[in-house]
Design a protein around this ligand. Structure first.
Ligand SMILES: C[S@@+](CC[C@H](N)C(=O)[O-])C[C@H]1O[C@@H](n2cnc3c(N)ncnc32)[C@H](O)[C@@H]1O
Length: 282
């Protein structure tokens, strides 16, 4: 896993460069394959968890992304599209026992595995909540929380309230990994995530997209096959446009982090296939 830290603008690896000739983002319709994606991730939760935790280099990548959040003990971090909780150990290590980690996902099957992980580890300050990351079920700065989805009847009927005064205590950081490509309108969604964060809080987004590095680009056809295999059938990310749509959504998400933050750091890893953007929300 090779990293290249530091802000990079206008380079071949810059997500803006990737997006300029990339595909359309697709209409930001609310039903943009969400039900199909939920069924897909629920069905394949066990296999996904194995990949998410054991694929070569993935642990180091997750650790690097968690570092980019610059979390401190006692911080409260929300992970959007947390899946089976593969990032939880990295986030929990950094916020310590006095902080809190909240994972949000809309697929019941992966949430079950995330809950198992929490229970096995005995983490009392790590929570998952069923909800749509495009309408996060966590408190907003002063506006009151949005409503969570009630996916399977035993999810919280109201937003997770960690200590009784969440609305007056925005979160310190928002994180997301490998989710941007599933967002119908990544600009609005990532902007909304930034709005959840306390002033001077952090946001970090980690994604995969086609590589523009000379060392990685020859492997793009393999990556395209990987994207097809991993895309829920029937969603816009299936078919010939799959990777172009993925690239465009990822590029938009990362550009939005850049627009919302000061001191943004953008880096690429894993031969240029992994993209990490992080910054301090202004
Ligand atoms: C590729 S997995 C990544 C999971 C996890 N972040 C990781 O790094 O292993 C994408 C996850 O995003 C979730 N997801 C996608 N769109 C979502 C949305 N709008 N709201 C909540 N979860 C969403 C899916 O259910 C799935 O668990």
């Amino acid at each position: 896993m090779t990293g290249r830290g530091g802000p990079r603008r206008g380079s071949d690896d810059d997500p803006a460069t990737v997006s300029d000739d990339a595909a359309r983002l697709g209409d930001p319709t609310p039903d943009d394959g969400a039900a199909v994606a939920q069924a897909f991730y629920s069905r394949w939760a066990r296999l996904y968890d194995a990949l998410a935790t054991r694929a070569p280099g993935v642990g180091a990548l997750r650790s690097r992304a968690a570092d980019a959040l610059a979390l401190e003990p006692g911080d409260r971090v929300v992970e959007m599209g947390c899946g089976t909780g593969a990032n939880f150990p990295h986030l929990r290590d950094r916020v310590g026992p006095d902080g809190a980690v909240v994972g949000v996902d809309f697929s019941p099957g992966v949430l079950d595995r995330a809950r198992d992980r929490i229970e096995r580890r005995g983490w009392e300050n790590v929570h998952v909540v069923g909800g749509d990351a495009t309408r996060p079920p966590v408190a907003l700065n002063g506006d009151g929380p949005s409503r969570p989805l009630d996916l399977d009847g035993d999810l919280p009927s109201r937003p997770l309230d960690l200590d009784g005064d969440l609305p007056s205590r925005p979160v310190d950081a928002v994180f997301s990994s490998f989710v941007s490509g599933m967002l119908p309108d990544p600009e609005t969604t990532v902007r909304g995530w930034a709005d959840l964060v306390d002033p001077a809080g952090r946001i970090a987004v980690l994604d995969l997209a086609r590589s523009t590095r000379p060392s990685g680009a020859p492997l793009n056809p393999l990556f395209e096959a990987f994207v097809l295999a991993g895309s829920p059938p029937g969603t816009r990310l299936r078919g010939r446009e799959a990777t172009r749509t993925l690239d465009a959504r990822v590029a938009t998400a990362h550009r939005t982090v850049r627009a919302a933050c000061d001191d943004v750091r953008y880096s690429t890893h894993a031969l240029g296939f992994a993209r990490l953007s992080a910054g301090t929300v202004r």
